[in-house]
Design a protein around this ligand. Structure first.
Ligand code: AMP
Length: 426
């Protein structure tokens, strides 16, 4: 047993997994740039109030799952690790006066999020999200654009197009009456509610619809829906979002009970699940509109919309689908030598080849040539550059490890020769 282990609910991304993550990060960055999102990075922790106000106090994420940092100083502030990126991005939008930038402002970030949740398959205490946000565009077209982007991310990653579940959760004009109807429904069935849900009923009845408690599933299936209770403006907006989704060929199902776990959503809300496999722990990503959030965090009223895709879940879905593991980069050549101690020459030659843009490793362990060559083969290198006595004449031996043939090559010609060969391999 090792003395220390990674904290419960976290895991180390070992090279094969980190490589697979990097591939997803590259796809995310490429698509985000293609769709006109600008990269941004905010701290992994914020003043606790950013989340309490931004995410909402009566939410799982803040009530139960917030990683609060123990204060060490008398700075009078408390901090928490970010459970999701939106609240921090809104804080940054306000702090840096992005209201004065040309609107809409389109931002993207990808990184770790933290939730102090009970760990289980697909639910970690540190997980990664690809996130995009748009400020200053009330939609409805951008709502559809984001959903299409989210779907595209999954298909480019190699998954079947995920199932999209869509809803409108109304706004300040129509939601209060719906929440009242919902509260009345639950109140009539209060004896069927678990303790936590009873407490929540007083403070935030909408939350109950999103409960992860298995005993709520049946009850929620009977709960009143917001459909038919949307005000004209919200109903018109929702219809237009759907028309735009049709225009870009995104298929979706309307789920009139979808509310999402965070407080700040208005109107459009959606979640993505692996094709044909909707479950409580299997959401690949979700998003929604938050037209009141900027105000709520102290800024000028600005509409907003965004999504977060869980990269860990995307990788799990790829694995479940039997996708081959991502291959790690392989050196084109390994510089080895007849003299185990000749590390200076091997390092110098590898350095020159790398300066010429080639992927090359030098064998720097002082071991016999045979062992060095074995290492090169194990690495999957195509060539070994063998440094021997003929270096005095400016020559090295270039061995083709696949063909087991070798020939002397002037050191001066080596970069160009290897570049040609690496080009030929592509
Ligand atoms: P949410 O904002 O809770 O809807 O989260 C957005 C996405 O992040 C989810 O659809 C999941 O893919 C992912 N996610 C959320 N919480 C976790 C977690 N604890 N572990 C792994 N992935 C998560």
């Amino acid at each position: 047993m090792p003395l220390f282990r990674s904290p419960r609910g976290t895991r180390d991304l070992l090279p094969p997994e980190r490589t697979a993550f990097m591939r997803l990060e590259r796809i995310a960055a490429r698509l985000a740039a293609q769709y006109g999102f600008r990269p941004i990075e905010t701290p992994l922790f914020e003043q606790t109030g950013v989340f309490e106000r931004g995410v909402g106090e009566v939410t799982d994420v803040v009530e139960k799952e917030l990683f609060r940092l123990a204060p060490r100083s008398d700075e009078g502030e408390t901090w928490a690790l970010r459970p999701e990126p939106t609240a921090g991005l809104v804080r940054a939008y306000i702090q840096h006066g992005m209201q004065t930038w040309p609107q809409p402002v389109r931002l993207t970030t990808t990184g770790p999020m933290f939730r102090y949740d009970r760990p289980q398959a697909g639910r970690y205490r540190q997980f990664w999200q690809f996130d995009v946000e748009v400020f200053g565009d009330p939609g409805p077209a951008v709502d559809a654009e984001l959903i299409e982007l989210a779907v595209r991310f999954h298909t480019e990653a190699g998954l079947e197009a995920p199932d999209v579940y869509l809803n409108s959760i109304g706004d300040d004009a129509c939601r209060p009456a719906y929440v009242e109807a919902l509260a009345a429904f639950y109140l009539e069935r209060i004896d069927r509610l678990p303790r936590l849900e009873r407490e929540r009923l007083e403070r935030n009845p909408l939350r109950l619809l999103d409960s992860k408690d298995p005993s709520m599933v049946e009850l929620n299936a009977e709960a009143p829906t917001i459909t038919g209770r949307l005000c004209d403006a919200c109903a018109g907006h929702f219809a237009a979002v759907r028309q735009h989704l049709d225009a870009v060929g995104v298929r979706y199902s309307v789920d009139p009970r979808l509310v999402r776990g965070l407080d700040y959503y208005t109107r459009t809300a959606w979640e993505l699940f692996p094709a044909g496999a909707r479950g409580t722990q299997s959401a690949l990503g979700g998003g929604g509109r938050y037209d009141r959030l900027v105000e709520r965090l102290g800024g000028r009223a600005t509409p907003g919309i965004g999504f977060g895709i869980g990269l860990d879940r995307v990788l799990l879905a790829l694995e479940a689908q039997g996708a081959p593991p991502e291959s790690e980069p392989v050196p084109l050549a390994v510089v080895v030598g007849a003299d185990p101690a000749g590390t200076r020459e091997r390092l110098r030659i590898a350095t020159e080849l790398r300066a010429a843009g080639l992927t090359v490793r030098a064998d720097l362990a002082q071991r016999k040539l045979g062992r060095q060559l074995e290492g090169a083969v194990r690495d999957g290198a195509r060539f070994a550059v063998i440094v021997g006595d003929d270096l005095a004449d400016g020559l090295v031996q270039l061995r083709d490890l696949g063909a087991a043939s070798q020939k002397p090559v002037p050191l001066a010609d080596l970069p160009a020769l290897l570049r040609r060969k690496s080009g030929a391999a592509q």
